[in-house]
Design a protein around this ligand. Sequence first.
Ligand code: HRG
Ligand code: AKG
Ligand code: FE2
Length: 330
Amino acid sequence: MATDFKSLPIIDVRALLDRFHDPKMAEDKGVIEVVRMLHQACRETGFFYVKGHNIPESLIDEVRYVTHQFFSLPFEEKMKIKMSAETGYRGYQQIGENITNGKPDMHEAVDCYREMEPGAYGDFGRPLEGSNIWPTHPPNFKQLMEEYIGLLIDLSRAIMRGMALALGGPADAFEGKKAGDTFWVLRLIGYPGCTHHKSMEMQDSDIGCGAHTDYGLLTLVNQDPDISALQVRNRSGEWISAMPIPGTFVCNIGDMLKIWTNGLYEPTLHRVINNSSKYRVSIPFFYEPNFDTVVEPFDFCKQKTGKIAKFERVVYGDHLVRKVTTNFVM
Ligand SMILES: N=C(N)NCCCC[C@H](N)C(=O)O
Ligand SMILES: O=C(O)CCC(=O)C(=O)O
Ligand SMILES: [Fe+2]
């Protein structure tokens, strides 16, 4: 349960990356400090900033730059990679096609998922079978995004090692059959600027993305600098700004972590409102469990939470398919 936080902590994760391959990482002083901060952040805010991540700023900036370029293309160009049930929900969605809490969101997006071969998970995986359909311009789009995704997977794994230790489990608790073969998601999102005067009352149509929690384990958000639009809800119901901080990702935890931790860590509601006049781009990367993972409370978490499981087990892919197949009006 979130507290009445007024701001989000900044965590330098460098020690986790430096000690990633060290079997004694849990004894390292730097790691111990990161682990302490992760635990506090996951208990109190469910959101934090990640710095010391080692991902080149030039790559992070270029990913946003080409995303701006894509969304500024003519409508017909964007529709060439249109998302549908036939594409496995991969590709371009127009403004208003994504529904949150029964209302259309004011954003357009390109959704990408880890590739899924036909029949890989039998019938329950079918809706998400497919390969990504990338824009052809700029020509390096696919290569750039794949490089970026590879680095974000490594960073996420390191953070999950820290969280596993923070929970009192083994460092590799989230690896192998749990999330060692992550069914990652990358969303390139564009939020139109606001055309009416700021002093006017907020309309429903101003909501870029309605209040929600993320579905899996960990989200890393690469957002435009100089626009504050992402907001996180604290216990009193106040919306706290996750404003951009140079050199950082905004990081938050998802639904599956609540089940695995038996409620020790809970995802926090968040939403997006772009009140600026500028077009905003944000690229969340979702580090998710394996598609066919059965998620149920870890014993080492149950030990700390009354010994009985508080949540039913869930197959991550079922949770995702349920979300994806009800998220869109197409
Ligand atoms: N993969 C993630 N987390 N995507 C976040 C989208 C949240 C909005 C969606 N319409 C919903 O209602 O869930
Ligand atoms: O636009 C953002 O910064 C975050 C979007 C988000 O919360 C999501 O897509 O899950
Ligand atoms: Fe989100």
